[in-house]
Every structure is written in C-alpha cells, then in structure tokens.
Design a protein around this ligand. Structure first.
Ligand code: FAD
Length: 540
C-alpha cells in the first residue's frame, strides 16, 4: 500500500532503521520525532556478534558497512582476576560508538527521504490523530508504553545489581572481563574496544555492595549528569587494568537495568519495537540488535501491507515472527544477568573455570562448540574437554532395568531394589520428605536424592524451587539433587535447568545435571564450569 503516513517516536537505532527501510521498501511517508538534539545520546560503544551482523547485512548492507568502517573488530575474550589473565579466541565481535551508529543511520534515513525532527517531544495519542500508523520506538523508559499500559500489558522488573556505563581512552584488545574486590564487595567490569583509542568500560556492582557504599541513586539525576564519585571509585578499583588510562563519562551513574516484557506489541494503529516493548540485559550485547531486527521485520510487513488489508493482522504477523526470537534472547540475557548480579557465586572459581562459566553463562552453549571455535581451550587450567572421559551414569526409573552405578528414580510406592548400588531418588512432590525419611531409616548408607524439573526460566520461580529444596534438605539430609529435563521448549528448559543447577550448587547442594543423550557435552560443561557436581543422562 503506498501513501501510508507513519510517525515514529524516538530516533534510537530501532526508530531510525525503521524509517530508513520503510522509505526504501514501501515508499511510505515517515516522520521521526526525537526529544534530544541531533548527535546527543547516552553511553559509549555497543557490541554486535558476528551472527547479528550477518542477519542485519541481508536487510541493510550499507548500515553494517558503516558500522564496521567506523568501529572496531576483534576475536578474543579475556578474563582477568587475582593477577591472572586468560584468553580464548575465535569468538568474533564488532563494536561501534552508539553516537556514530546513530549518525550513520540518521544520514541514511534522511537520504532515503525520512523526515527527522529533533528536540521534539512526541505524544502517541496526539500523533494517532494525524498519522495512519504510530510506532513507539521510544526506548526502555517509553512514555507510550506507560500511557497505553493496558494495551501493551507490559511488565517492568528492575534489576537487582547496579551498573555504571563509562568509556576509557584506550583500546583494550579483547572482550575483557575484569573481576576485583573492593571494600564494599566484589566488582566486575566488561570492557571492549569500539575505536582505535576508545573502549566501553561497564562496571557492575551487586546491590548489597552498592547499598554498603552508600552511593548516589542515578535514576533521579538529570540527563547527562556524571557521577564523579562512582567514576573515582571505579578508577581506583580497576587501576591496575587501566594502567593510567582515563575513565570518561557520558551521563554515567549507578543505574539498575529494567527487564521489560509486553504481552502485546500493538494495539490498533499503534505498534512498539525495541526497548519500548522488551529489553535484554546488556551483558549479552543484544538490545540494539533486537531493536534493529524488529525494525527490519516491521518495515517488511508494513511495506507488504496492501490497500484494504487488515492492519491488526499485519502487526500481529510482525509480532509473531519476532516474539520467539526476542524471548529466547531475553532468556539468555536473564541467565547472563544472574551471573553478574550474584558475584559471590563465582568468587571461588579459578580463572580457567571462570572463563568457561562466562563463555557458557547463558546455559545455551557447550564445550564441544567452544572447542571448535578455540582448540586452545583444551590447554587452559585442567583443560576443557568436549565430553567426560569415563562412562556417564544414566537416570532410570525403578520400573525399568538399571545397571550398577545408575541413578534409580523410585516410582510412587516402589521399594528400593535389593543390592542396587547407585543413588536412589524420589520425585520432588508432597510425599518427598516422608519417602526420603523412610528410605533413610531403611538404608542408612544409601545415596539418597531428590529429582526435580526446572521451572520457568525466571528469577522468582527458580528462587522458589531453590528455597524449597534447601528447606527439605534441612528436614532430611540430601546426598544429591538431580535437575532433570522438563516439559518446556528445549531452549527455555535448558536455560532454566542451567540456572537451577547453578543456584543449587551455590547453595551447597551436591547437584547432578541430567541431560538428554544429545546434550551430553552441554551437561558436561555444567560439571566442568562448577555449575553442577556431576552429569547423568536420561538414557543408558
Ligand atoms: C549499559 C548498556 C550497555 C548496552 N550495550 C549494548 C551493546 O553492547 N549491544 C547492544 O546490542 N545493545 C546494548 N545495549 C542496549 C541498547 O542500548 C538498547 O537495547 C537499544 O538502544 C534499544 O534501541 P531502541 O531504538 O529501542 O531505543 P533507544 O536507543 O533507547 O532510543 C529511544 C529514543 O527515543 C527517544 N524518546 C523517548 N521518548 C521520547 C518522546 N516522548 N518523544 C521523542 N523522543 C523520545 C529517546 O531520546 C531515544 O533517543 C546496552 C544498554 C545499556 C543500558
């Protein structure tokens, strides 16, 4: 359909990419309203993985070319802690300054015929009176999302830890993860280059440490304000890594990262994209990619929208295509965020194990894949291997046949078979405590455990399960807790299983990660990275 009038609120990466592609693909009229002046934005460099660049290249090769020309590229990940430095290669990243990316998108969108209005606060209700379609690309603080709260069904959960986003006037040579101890508690930083003499320097501090330090709440300060006290603290904590380089501020202060989900992304002629309707914690470096990819899909759908077509159906098709991808990244981001907001859980890991934990922190990747990218991983620490060297015990039901060493799940009402030498498990249900007490009285030397399936991959459900297992373990000692595959979609189930095993291990439980035979490397990675004590398979 030609001649649609589209208004876009927000000239962030999502809004600008949409304007550019709508002009190129559909010839629609597009007006973009941005409250800030042209060229003004927060933050420093943003990172892209090689996979996201490949996807974006198909839709807008000139955007990717501009990004690569004006940014930095590198392959390595480095972990530094307690004076040790470990590197892994083959990962493939690019980064560009956020301001540079926006300038490139501005130019391309204007060249394509979009009209950009800076210093202009926009209001969705008012724009709906003047345009055929209004796009909320107004970021995580979206006023549109709050004004149309019922329509979007959004949930905003503030993060638990604090971050401060600085730059530094030196190019680090890798995606560098720094870990240090401060007088208030552990501090972490993600550092990566985005130009010949610039890096992003993002510092994470646990909520308790932030409270102990009595630092300033950044959210209530005006845009552009820099927290000098935060900058001094971070410069001092990471002085040995900065080696004289200077931290830079651009609205840098302590903030919490909001986890935003929306049950619907459109209502009538109003549609949302990017951070306005969903966020993904920055530690997986994907929010900009998601906003850009949303824009690609929405532009495609609107450009194919014909005269007389149902706009609800067009916008629903956009959401149906994007939602599963966004949700899977959000799950990965949640798992990654967990690692950063619970620094105490990995404080005791040696640097090699910590590297493996970091590389697999989303619960989705495994040692076999990492070793293909970087065979040198086999040489760090005790050496990463794709699979365990010895036989892997199976988890079998007491209805089936078991071989020595297998873990046996006792069916409801079943007795422990005579002579079985492997762990005996009961399912985590209301009878679990009573059954475990009975088994303990009958078989004082047996290895007894609980079998549990992972809940939804989110903080509260996982915390509830951990609390209930810890409570049970105080009533009846548990030798092992087995975390088994559940009924959810594989990616969600793996993320939740991973988080549950990790938290149970951190809570002092002996944990077995139970995997399907085709996930054996992933299961082994959990044991090898200290998230579980052992790995079992679901099939002998
Ligand atoms: C610390 C940190 C580090 C990050 N690092 C990365 C990274 O490395 N890689 C990555 O992919 N992502 C990263 N992100 C995420 C990324 O910044 C966001 O996901 C991305 O900017 C979302 O783009 P957007 O277009 O949806 O929204 P935004 O970029 O937030 O743009 C929204 C725009 O709307 C404007 N606006 C808001 N309200 C109005 C209004 N009423 N009228 C007019 N204009 C309005 C705002 O001024 C803003 O310019 C990071 C985020 C943070 C916080």
């Amino acid at each position: 359909m030609s001649g649609m009038r589209v208004a876009c609120i927000g000239a962030g990466p999502g809004g600008l990419m949409l304007a550019l592609l709508l002009r190129r693909l559909g010839g629609h009229e597009v007006d973009v309203y941005e409250r800030s002046p042209a060229g003004a934005t927060y933050g420093f460099g943003v990172v892209f993985s090689r996979f996201s660049l490949a996807r974006l290249r198909r839709a807008a090769p000139d955007v990717v070319a501009a990004l690569l020309d004006r940014g930095a590229r590198w392959d390595d990940v480095e972990v530094r802690r307690d004076g040790e430095e470990i590197r892994s290669s083959g990962h493939g990243f690019a980064a560009v300054e956020r301001r540079t990316l926006l300038t490139a998108l501005n130019e391309l969108a204007e060249d394509a015929g979009a009209r950009l209005y800076f210093n202009t606060e926009a209001d969705a209700a008012e724009l709906l009176g003047r345009y055929d379609v209004v796009v909320a690309a107004d970021g995580s603080g979206s006023r549109t999302r709050t004004s149309f709260a019922g329509e979007f069904g959004a949930e905003v959960v503030p993060g638990r830890g604090r971050y401060a986003w600085f730059g530094v006037d030196r190019a680090f040579g890798a995606m560098t993860f720094l870990f240090a101890d401060s007088e208030y508690g552990p501090v972490g930083a993600h550092v990566y280059p985005y130009g010949p003499d610039r890096s992003t320097f993002l510092v994470e501090l646990g909520e308790q440490a932030w409270q102990r330090a009595g630092f300033t709440e950044g959210a209530t300060k005006p845009p552009g304000w820099n927290d000098e006290q935060a900058m001094e603290f971070c410069a001092e904590v990471f002085a040995e890594h900065l080696r004289g380089a200077k931290l830079l501020g651009n609205g840098s202060r302590w903030l919490t990262f909001p986890h935003i989900t929306s049950s619907r992304w459109s209502s009538g002629r109003l549609v949302g994209l990017g951070d306005a309707v969903h966020t993904a914690h920055f530690s997986v470096g994907s929010g900009t990619t998601l906003a850009l990819e949303d824009a690609v899909e929405l532009a495609r759908r609107l450009s194919e929208h014909g005269e007389g077509d149902d706009l609800d159906a067009t916008l629903a098709a956009y959401e149906a295509t994007r939602r599963p991808i966004v949700e899977s990244v959000q799950q990965a981001a949640w798992a990654s965020l967990r690692m950063w907001s619970h620094p105490e859980e990995h404080r005791a890991l040696d640097p090699a194990t910590l590297m493996l934990r970091l590389l697999t922190r989303t619960g989705q990747s495994a040692a076999d894949v990492l070793l293909r990218l970087d065979p040198q991983l086999a040489k760090i620490g005790d050496g990463v291997t794709a699979l365990p060297e010895g036989p892997v015990p199976a988890l079998v039901s007491s209805d089936g046949s078991a071989v020595p060493g297998d873990a046996l799940l006792l069916a409801p009402g079943a007795q422990a078979p005579a002579g079985h030498d492997g762990p005996l498990l009961v399912a985590a249900d209301e009878q679990a405590e009573e059954r475990l007490k009975g088994l303990r009285a009958e078989l004082p030397n047996a290895v007894l455990g609980l079998l549990i399936q992972a809940p939804a991959p989110a903080e509260e459900p996982v915390a509830r399960v951990v609390d209930s297992v810890v409570a049970l373990a105080t009533a009846v000692p548990l030798d092992v807790v087995a975390v088994a595959p559940g009924p959810r979609l594989p990616a969600a189930d793996r993320t939740a299983r991973s988080a549950l095993a990790e938290r149970l291990t951190a809570a002092g439980m002996r944990t077995a990660y139970v995997c399907r035979p085709n996930e054996l490397s992933q299961g082994w990675t959990h044991a090898r990275s200290g998230r579980a004590d052992t790995v079992w398979t679901t099939e002998p």
